[in-house]
Write a protein that binds this ligand. Structure first.
Ligand code: HEM
Length: 730
């Protein structure tokens, strides 16, 4: 199987002596709040006020591209360029930076520039990409904070393609760099390249999209090293599907990518290659995989352990890859490093491909087991043949798929910056129509609110509907949210968590109010249903706060628009469906997290802090906003009033909590003296009394001086959630 270069188990890493034993070691089952404590200003040298988008706009993008292009062919002695051109190497870097993205939780991807940090920096699959980024340092140094590493890696991939004669679909800047390791579930295996993530018919465990620990997608030699192209096809379909790619996009990407460059496995790694960056000595200065054999680079390079190129001219855009794939019958062989790969039968084409460094040598072209999948799998084969016959179609498909791959996690098109950003709407961007009307005024807002409150819809239903609309947002890939009013479209309108019957009923009323308002306007002023839905929440909360004796104004920013069904790819939205939403006390067994863990996950999607999560749960319970209308966690005798009763009653020692004998996962709060049933609760409710740090926050809101703070903090956090997808006003 694929070669691992050093210390193949993490247990081989020298243990830090004297490292303190953590709470997580003693109590591994305690709820982990660390997902909500990432990317703090403590880590960020740019400070909280740095506006990357503004800095990027100051860039002379053409000058940056020209510098990158010059760098492509300026071979450095310490890492010589194959064929005198770093382009293919840089494409692999960009591909690996974006290819970690997976649709199931929106994590991974090019944004953030996480390839700079562990574990990705030291993953077996990213071997020697440390050198690719180091080669780019002079460009990064020259332009400093005007271009992030995250943008620079993708831009460099694009310039590489262009400098080798390929016309790309465009480039958008706007990826902000992270300054610390992102907390991502990359799998639970304790050994590199281990695979304990499949079950049943080789189904990958979600949210993972890669087949083995330390790989970004699939094993080039075939599933767990088994050289079977058809089995490899199955893995490819699943892994690339997890990257949001269909069969056509997948074939285009692999065939397009492997038109360029070569694989590196000149010698046996165990004889030559040192430790990965994170395990290497200080004197290596952040580099790893130091190769002590021969030159240590160029013709002696050992990366994946596979060896050879796919096409005759690996530094030019050609149709060679598909031509070769179908021109020859391929037979198994082994690379000098010992990896399984394929060459043409009977020694054919043995002199087709030039050597990358020695012009007296020539080689046979190669294919990986995964490349042969594009020929052997019946569906892939159809597409491969069509692309082989129609080079223009292939070119456009690769251009579009490459653009999607590298921009998939940037969110909507309004976030794209720079002159090279394409303006065409693409369905995977979850497009929104432009605002083509005047926005409502403060007076309109006031009148709409009173109409909504007079409509007879309960405040709890208004709150639920507004929350349902906004809380589909995912900070991990910036999809979902209230803008577009997609809650009235498939698939959101049918999500169980949204209480489809109720949402339908509430939306009917709100739409009536919206239509009447728009009809009554003389000029070009309009309000969208998306805005009215959010306004319903605003009106309900203001009324509930007033009832509690703390009148507040909930902020509201109009300007949302209503998307159409044609702008909404139901299949692509399906992955956003919440299997649990602790804020609405909703949990289904389809969730692969426990109820409390799922709450933290949802809170992270909503970019919330620990106190914000806490105040929202307490407030939503007071408002009676449970998804199914149940009384679980509604520790108040006046639901619909924005009181701090949830916290007061949770911490009240006159209640004794017990597991319910009637229903698993439910708890009963009994009067300690009389034994009378007072409340019922879910694990999400009770964790705020059980977890010491959450209880500390609950105490703040339950205190006698805590009510006003509670109302203020709730309103602030609520507004934050409603605004999460308002990239148009950020
Ligand atoms: C090289 C695997 C898809 C672009 C390689 C190498 C491996 C590999 C093992 C050799 C690395 C080395 O030893 O230097 C795979 C597999 C894929 C896949 C298993 C999917 C089934 C892609 C895609 C792209 C791409 C989608 C880009 C669109 C490249 C390029 C190189 C390369 C340009 C050459 C790098 C160089 O010359 O240094 N790939 N790859 N690959 N891959 Fe892929």
């Amino acid at each position: 199987s694929m070669v691992v270069h050093s210390g193949d188990t993490m247990a081989n890493m020298p243990a830090a002596t004297n490292s303190p034993t953590t709470n997580n070691f003693w109590w591994p089952n305690q709820l982990d709040l660390s997902p909500l404590r990432q990317h703090g200003v403590e880590s960020n040298p740019m400070g909280a006020n740095f506006n990357y988008a503004e800095e990027f706009k100051k860039l002379d993008l053409n000058a940056v591209k020209a510098d990158i292009k010059t760098l492509m062919t300026s071979s450095q002695d310490w890492w010589l360029a194959d064929y005198g051109h770093y382009g293919p190497f840089f494409i692999r870097m960009a591909w690996h930076s974006a290819g970690t993205y997976r649709i199931y939780d929106g994590r991974g991807g090019a944004a953030g520039g996480q390839q700079r940090f562990e574990p990705l920096n030291s993953w077996p699959d990213n071997v020697n990409l440390d050198k690719a980024r180091r080669l780019l340092w002079p460009i990064k140094q020259k332009y400093g904070s005007k271009i992030s590493w995250a943008d620079l890696m993708v831009l460099t991939g694009n310039v590489a393609l262009e400098s080798m004669g390929f016309k790309t679909f465009g480039f958008a800047g706007g990826r902000v760099d992270d300054w610390e390791v992102e907390n991502v579930n990359w799998g639970s295996e304790k050994k590199w390249l281990a695979d304990e993530r499949h079950s049943g018919q080789r189904e990958l465990k979600k949210p993972l999209a890669a087949v083995q620990m330390g790989l970004i997608y699939v094993n080039p030699e075939g599933p767990n090293g088994v050289p079977d192209p058809l089995l490899a096809a199955k893995d490819i379909r699943q892994a690339f599907g997890g990257m949001a790619m269909n069969d056509e996009e997948t074939v285009a990407l692999i065939a397009g990518g492997h038109t360029f460059g070569k694989a590196h496995g000149a010698r046996k790694p165990e004889d030559c290659v040192g430790k990965e960056p994170a395990a290497a000595g200080l004197e290596e200065q952040g580099l790893g995989w130091t190769n002590k054999c021969g030159k240590g680079n160029a013709g002696d390079t050992i990366s994946s352990g596979l060896e050879g190129a796919w096409s005759v001219n690996p530094i030019a855009w050609t149709t060679q890859y598909l031509d070769n794939l179908f021109a020859f019958e391929w037979v198994q062989t082994k690379s000098p490093a010992g990896a399984i790969q394929w060459i043409p039968k009977d020694g054919q084409a043995a002199n087709l491909v030039p050597d990358a460094h020695d012009n007296t040598k020539r080689h046979a072209p190669i294919m990986f087991t995964t490349d042969l999948a594009l020929k052997e799998d019946p569906e892939f084969r159809k597409i491969s043949l069509r692309f082989k016959e129609n080079s223009k179609e292939f070119e456009l498909a690769f251009a579009k798929a490459w653009f999607k791959l590298t921009h998939r996690d940037m969110g909507p098109r309004v976030r794209y910056i720079g002159a090279d950003a394409p303006t065409e709407d693409l369905i995977w961007q979850d497009p929104l129509p432009a605002v083509n009307h005047d926005l409502i005024t403060a007076a309109d807002v006031a009148s709409l609110k009173s109409k909504i409150l007079a409509s007879g819809v309960k405040t709890s239903a208004l709150v639920r509907t507004a929350w349902a609309s906004a809380a589909s947002f995912r900070s991990t890939d910036l999809r979902g949210g209230a803008n577009g009013a997609r809650i009235r479209l498939a698939p959101q309108r049918d999500w169980k968590v949204n209480n489809p019957k109720e949402v339908k009923r509430v939306l009917k009323v709100l739409e009536k109010i919206q239509v009447a308002f728009n009809k009554s306007q003389a000029g070009n002023k309009k309000v969208s249903l998306a805005d009215v839905i959010v306004l319903g929440g605003v009106a309900a909360i203001e009324q509930s706060a007033k009832q509690a004796g703390h009148a507040v104004a909930v902020p509201f920013t109009p300007g949302r628009v209503d998307a159409t069904q044609a702008q909404t790819d139901a299949q692509s939205f399906a992955v956003l469906e919440p299997k649990a939403d602790g804020f609405r006390n909703y949990y289904s067994t389809a969730s692969d997290l426990s109820p409390a863990e799922a709450l933290v996950e949802r809170a992270q999607y909503l970019s919330l802090t620990v106190p914000e999560m806490t105040v929202l749960v307490g407030g939503l319970r007071a408002l009676g906003a449970n998804s199914d209308g149940s009384n679980n966690g509604i520790f108040t005798d006046r639901p619909g009033t924005l009181s701090n009763d949830f916290f007061v009653n949770l911490l009240d020692m006159s209640t004794q909590w017990k597991k319910s004998v009637k229903k698993e996962g439910l708890y009963e709060g009994l009067d300690r003296k009389t034994g009378k049933l007072k409340w019922t609760a879910t694990p999400v409710d009770l964790v705020f009394g059980s977890h010491a740090e959450l209880r500390a926050i609950a105490e703040v809101y339950a205190a006698n001086d805590g009510h006003e703070k509670f109302v203020q903090d709730f309103v602030t956090a609520w507004h934050k959630v409603m605004q999460l997808d308002r990239f148009d006003v950020k």
